[in-house]
Design a protein around this ligand. Structure first.
Ligand code: GDP
Ligand code: MG
Length: 152
């Protein structure tokens, strides 16, 4: 598990509208992950269909695209040890009702169609999503806390 593993995390439009961007960023910062890309995007349906290509054909797909294109998304890339799996654990289960308290969805959401955040489900998906959302690339720097968070 590389300390350079990266995951794509997004605050969905409901999370942005509810003022939860800072809270979600704070959780990843406090855990020790390094923010390497960040932007606010009002995504087009065609773009979101690419992002969710694996879900095309699901009954909720049209509603999902409408939801995700209904307002801005705070798109980010976080880097650190086991970032993909740990990021998913921090978000909680897809259905917020099944998410443990202490997770982001378990603390701030109730229904699957308004679950406030996205996180890559594998290293391969993360690479694909990072390229899609950040074709310009991410920012390389050494975090001041690096040696206090990681065993370097
Ligand atoms: P995730 O990786 O945990 O976000 O879950 P999926 O990749 O399976 O689904 C992507 C997103 O589609 C979820 O985060 C939900 O916003 C939405 N979604 C998934 N399943 C359902 C469902 O059964 N009903 C509705 N309305 N939305 C769903
Ligand atoms: Mg998914």
């Amino acid at each position: 598990m590389s300390t350079k593993e990266r995951t794509f995390i997004a605050v969905k439009p409901d999370g942005v509208m509810r003022g939860l961007v800072g809270t979600i960023i704070a959780r990843f910062e406090q855990r020790g992950f390094k923010l390497v890309a960040l932007k606010l995007v009002h995504a087009e349906p065609a773009f979101l269909e690419q992002h969710y290509a694996d879900l095309k054909g699901k009954p909720f797909f049209p509603g999902l695209i409408k939801y995700m294109s209904s307002g801005p998304v705070a798109a980010m890339v976080w880097e650190g040890l086991d970032a993909v799996k740990t990021g998913r654990a921090m978000l909680g289960a897809t259905n917020p009702l099944a998410s443990a308290p202490g997770t982001i969805r378990g603390d701030f959401a109730l229904v699957v169609g308004r679950n406030i955040c996205h996180g890559s489900d594998s290293v391969e998906s993360a690479e694909k999503e990072i390229k899609l959302w950040f074709p310009e690339g991410v920012v390389q720097y050494t975090h001041a806390l690096n040696e206090w968070v990681n065993e370097v």
